[in-house]
Design a protein around this ligand. Structure first.
Ligand code: TMP
Length: 211
């Protein structure tokens, strides 16, 4: 059985990723592919429990290093119990956020040393690396306004201020520029349908899917 493909969605707040994950999953299923749709932090019972504590409460509840460790604890459980078994079965996995979010939020924007993140990434991810990462890009002012419009209780990162979100955008752009063969930048300022069309074109071209 060939290993399945692993697609991740990344980017700042309010880019419409979650809607686009659903649309992509529907398109892949229509193409006859078995897909596991999941998210981070979370995606397995243990990782969802960590999500509860890491995303709620005051903005300074956890330091960026503590956040990094919590994200990686959640990620390891998610990989062991959900992502790696699905890929081994030949299923495709579409994940709303993954390791690049830690590199951008806790590293680029939060100031955590990239050496720690490199080490965690090497040790915890192992072979479980995305085949394709769609990086949703939009100005932080626009994204934060959209995110606040749908505000819930998981607001720790939305409430970190514009300078944080500007650094975040730069960090995602740097990741995409550094690994162009894995990453595609998606202009998320456009309409849902335009973004959906570009996501599908990118996935079908890069991963050779035929609808
Ligand atoms: P969501 O709003 O896309 O569900 O993402 C949850 C929040 O968690 C979002 O504000 C980004 C943040 N996050 C990190 O800071 N580091 C990470 O590694 C991940 C996966 C998410």
């Amino acid at each position: 059985m060939a290993r399945g493909r692993f697609i991740t969605f990344e980017g700042g707040e309010g880019g419409g990723k979650s809607t686009q994950v659903k649309r992509l999953v529907a398109r892949l299923q229509a193409a006859g592919i078995t897909v596991v749709a999941t998210r981070e932090p979370g995606g397995s019972p243990g990782a969802e429990a960590i999500r509860e504590i890491v995303l709620k409460g005051a903005a300074d509840r956890w330091s960026p290093i503590t956040e990094t460790l919590l994200m990686y604890a959640a990620r390891r459980d998610h990989i062991e119990r959900v992502i790696a078994p699905a890929l081994a079965r030949g299923d495709w996995v579409v994940c709303d956020r993954f390791a690049d979010s830690t590199r951008a939020y806790q590293g680029g924007a939060g100031g955590v040393d990239s050496g720690l993140i490199d080490a965690l990434e090497a040790e915890v991810l192992g072979e479980t690396r995305p085949d394709l990462t769609l990086v949703f890009d939009l100005p932080p002012e626009v994204g934060l306004e959209r995110a606040h419009a749908r505000a819930g209780s998981e607001m720790r990162f939305e409430s970190k201020g514009l300078a944080f979100h500007a650094r975040l955008r730069e960090a995602f752009a740097a990741i995409a520029a550094g690994e162009p063969e894995r990453c595609a930048v998606i202009d998320a300022t456009r309409t849902m349908d335009e973004v959906d069309g570009e996501v599908w074109r990118t996935v079908s071209e890069r991963l050779a899917v035929h609808a």
